[in-house]
Design a protein around this ligand. Structure first.
Ligand code: SG7
Ligand code: ZN
Length: 258
């Protein structure tokens, strides 16, 4: 049983390990990143993004625990200390209650209002299930959000689409957007943290190379609050769909050398 069918948090995250044994593992995500303990690593060079600029009409979906968009074309990332090329599969977000604390990872104990995960797998794999059987099969690029006083126009389309996916399994097609439009410009992506962890939902497979970028994405309060209009499939507001931070258990966190 590896299918995540219950609401988030599924019987409370503390109990995930009873049903999904990997959720009780030693290399779980998310974590709190203690910046003074992060070891600078010169091998963590800038990323090489390929085709992140390509526009597409995103199909936005409320999957019952987040809002998710599948990437319909080949977009890849290499460099950044990754051992090989990874391709983007989908992206989704984790958020709090009406703009309150909602990120999964925290930095020196600070929880940001929201966190974007662009899920990638090694380019040679054709499905996530296979990638998850490789301890480095998946690479998630994580981005934090910060509250800003001005609207972020690049998020207009995705934020406006949310009202069409209030209910679980709701779908809506976006006006054209691109991965590049959703993340900071490439020159602001050279400062990041790196560690080895897991998926943050059951089955919590320990197959993820995590990257958390230091520079947050600005959204105004209204844009942040819009995500709280979504509903879990039991009709309750989809808020707080993040897993609490997990023990580091001796793992080293690295920071980019750029
Ligand atoms: C959400 O987070 C979904 C999952 C995702 C999971 O539950 O977006 O996506 C699918 C395709 O079910 O799991 C394998 C995967 O991407 C965990 O992703 S995360 O660790 O980046 N939060
Ligand atoms: Zn996630």
């Amino acid at each position: 049983q590896s299918q995540f069918t219950c609401d988030h948090p599924c019987n409370t995250p503390e109990k995930w390990g009873h049903v999904f044994k990997d959720c009780a593992g030693e290399q779980q995500s998310p974590i709190n990143i203690v910046t003074r303990k992060a070891l600078k690593d010169e091998r963590l060079t800038p990323f090489l993004f390929n085709n992140y600029q390509q526009m597409f009409r995103a199909l936005v979906r409320n999957n019952g625990h987040s809002v998710q968009v599948e990437v319909p074309h080949l977009s890849t990332v290499a460099g950044g200390g990754l051992s090989t090329t990874y391709k983007a599969v989908q992206f989704h977000l984790h958020w709090g209650n009406n703009g309150g604390p909602g990120s999964e990872h925290t930095i020196d104990g600070e929880q940001y209002p929201m966190e974007l995960h662009i899920v990638h797998m090694k380019q040679r794999y054709t499905d996530l299930k296979t990638a998850l059987s490789d301890p480095e099969g998946v690479a998630v690029l994580g981005f934090f959000y910060e509250r800003s006083s001005s609207v972020n126009k690049k998020y207009d389309t995705i934020v406006k689409s949310l009202k069409n996916v209030i209910a679980t399994n709701g779908n809506t097609t976006l006006l054209p957007t691109s991965l590049a439009q959703l993340i900071p410009p490439q020159q602001n992506l050279t400062s990041y943290y790196r560690y080895k962890g897991s998926l943050t939902t059951p089955g919590c497979t320990e197959a993820v190379i995590w990257t958390l970028f230091e520079n947050p994405i600005p959204l105004n309060n209204e844009q942040l609050r819009a995500f709280s209009d979504l509903k879990f499939h039991n009709g309750k507001p989809m808020v707080g769909n993040f897993r609490p931070v997990q023990p580091l258990n001796g793992r080293q966190v690295f920071r980019s050398g750029g």
